[in-house]
Design a protein around this ligand. Structure first.
Ligand code: NDP
Length: 472
């Protein structure tokens, strides 16, 4: 009987494309799906692409597991949440010591950690792998962030590194750490993605409303920017989205799309993780908040009736200012995202390699960019310092924060919401300010709660002689 190199359960968009990618790289893959009709559809797809010979379809779960060579690596690509737990329970009776489940969906990293801990004593390996790049990436080369059982990673390493995107010949797949490390990194990737997208949208808002630019003119600018330091997948697709025409009306499509953004939760998870660890990630938080505000369309319409439309005229910024502001905002956002990863690494003992993470984000994933190559090089040189104090990025911030300041100021005066860009600027200004204002906060905390404060040379946990405010 032919045995498969690997198995995959869940043949929806992501799973089927990943399976075709695996088959195309020369590996034999056994496939299974809850609804058998989907397996038939997949086999037809594989035939059309000349890959049927590499596919072993099995509708029966026991037969599916038996078809995979030992020690088994079984990818599950089903809906995140309870279906993953259900799938694990169904698989367990059929697995043997040393086999591994590789869960490739968008799972919450704490769930992955829990599943890893649950399966470890049973002798079953558990790998949580974040896969980025959407449908296209899954088919032709995603970025794959792997965490979990290291021993079993080595059993699947060849397949996963072969199917991942390549940057200068290097695979954009890496093992990052134990337990939920891979899914944690994928979550922060998505948080950073939220920040990138929101900052781009804010700059588009200034172009549209402050500079009176039509979508095609904006598209041309993004196309141009994609040849410079902002070169990235998101800048590239922004140009395409802005240039698209709606066929029935002949109008720019972007002008017809409702200004309500959806979200599936990974941005929120990033913000929560950052907050829980006490790491400021204001750009991610701003981006999540901006999506929430966008979804409240009715409230915004009502509020505009109360306050009136923005009255200010043309924004006093140039396109060069906007390009530089976007670059500075992006550096701050990545500095925050990587700071969250560094802290999680310390707290969980994951030893997350920041340089490797930047490297495997250089291709395949949604935030892929030229900039990440610079970041990988910077982190490869030394420790996990905040990007804002890493020499190459210090130079970039010195060159570009003035433009960010100018754009944020123009936003304030011109009544343009710049939630993410202004959050990035405020973080930068707070981070680089040796003398802040928390002395006053500590005074207030001691006044109402006797929380104490520190005075250099006089010690910690000191208290003030505050006047009584009872009765006021
Ligand atoms: P979906 O998230 O839409 O999930 C559909 C698949 O899950 C089907 O195969 C379905 O089987 C199976 N399924 C659902 N519930 C159960 C259950 N209780 N038991 C067994 N199987 C079940 O598929 P996608 O391909 O869109 O995504 C898969 C994973 O990848 C998700 O975690 C998603 O968040 C993540 N992801 C998705 C991306 C995308 O662009 N779509 C990008 C990156 C990650 P059936 O056919 O029987 O209904």
């Amino acid at each position: 009987m032919t045995t498969a190199d690997i198995g995959l359960i869940g043949l929806a968009v992501m799973g089927s494309n990943l399976a075709l990618n695996i088959a195309e790289k020369g590996y034999t893959i056994a496939v299974n799906n809850r609804s058998p009709a989907r397996i038939d559809e997949f086999v037809t797809m594989a035939k059309e692409q000349g890959l049927a010979g590499k596919v072993i379809p099995k509708a029966d779960l026991a037969e599916f597991v038996q078809a995979v060579s030992r020690p088994r690596s079984i990818i599950i690509m089903v809906k995140a949440g309870a279906p993953v737990d259900a799938m694990i329970e169904q698989l367990l009776p059929h697995l043997e010591q040393g086999d591994a489940i590789i869960e490739c969906g968008n799972s919450l990293f704490t769930d992955t950690q829990r599943r890893f801990d649950y399966l470890k004593p049973k002798g079953i390996g558990y790998l949580g792998a974040g896969v980025s790049g959407g449908e296209e990436g899954a088919r032709h080369g995603p970025s794959i962030m792997v965490g979990g059982s290291k021993e079993q990673w080595h059993n699947a390493e060849d397949v996963l590194t072969a199917i991942a995107a390549k940057f200068n010949g290097e695979s954009c797949c890496a093992y990052l750490g134990e337990g939920g490390a891979g899914h944690f990194v994928k979550t922060i990737h998505n948080g950073i993605e939220y920040g990138d997208m929101q900052m781009i949208a804010e700059v588009y808002g200034v172009m549209r409303d402050g500079l009176g630019m039509a979508p095609q003119a904006c598209a041309d600018v993004f196309k141009e920017w994609n040849r410079g330091p902002l070169n990235s997948y998101l800048i590239e697709i922004t140009g395409h989205v802005l240039a698209a025409i709606d066929e029935p009306t002949g109008k720019p499509l972007v002008e017809l799309i409702l200004d309500k953004a959806g979200q599936k939760g990974t941005g929120v998870w990033s913000a929560i993780a950052a907050q829980q660890m006490g790491v400021p990630a204001t750009a991610i938080e701003g981006a999540v908040a901006a999506r929430s505000i966008s979804s409240r369309k009715d409230e915004r319409i009502a509020a505009e009736k109360i306050y009136g439309k923005r009255s200010a005229g043309k924004a006093d910024v140039t396109l060069a200012d906007l390009e530089q502001a976007l670059l500075a905002g992006k550096i701050v956002s990545y500095a925050q995202g990587f700071a969250v990863i560094a802290k999680a690494s310390d707290e969980n003992g994951w030893k997350l390699p920041l340089s490797t993470i930047a490297k495997i984000w250089r291709a395949g994933c949604i935030i892929r960019s030229r900039f990440l190559d610079q970041m990988a090089a910077a982190y490869a040189k030394g420790d996990n310092a905040n990007l804002l104090i890493v020499p190459d990025f210090v130079t970039l911030m010195k060159e570009n924060h003035g433009a960010l300041r100018k754009v944020v100021a123009a936003g304030a005066v011109g009544e343009f919401p710049l939630i993410c860009l202004s959050a990035a600027l405020s973080y930068f200004d707070s981070y680089r300010q040796a003398q802040g204002t928390a002395n006053l906060i500590q005074g207030q905390r001691d006044f109402f709660g006797a929380h104490g404060f520190e005075i250099e040379g006089r010690g910690k946990d000191l208290h003030g002689e505050w006047p009584s405010t009872l009765g006021n």
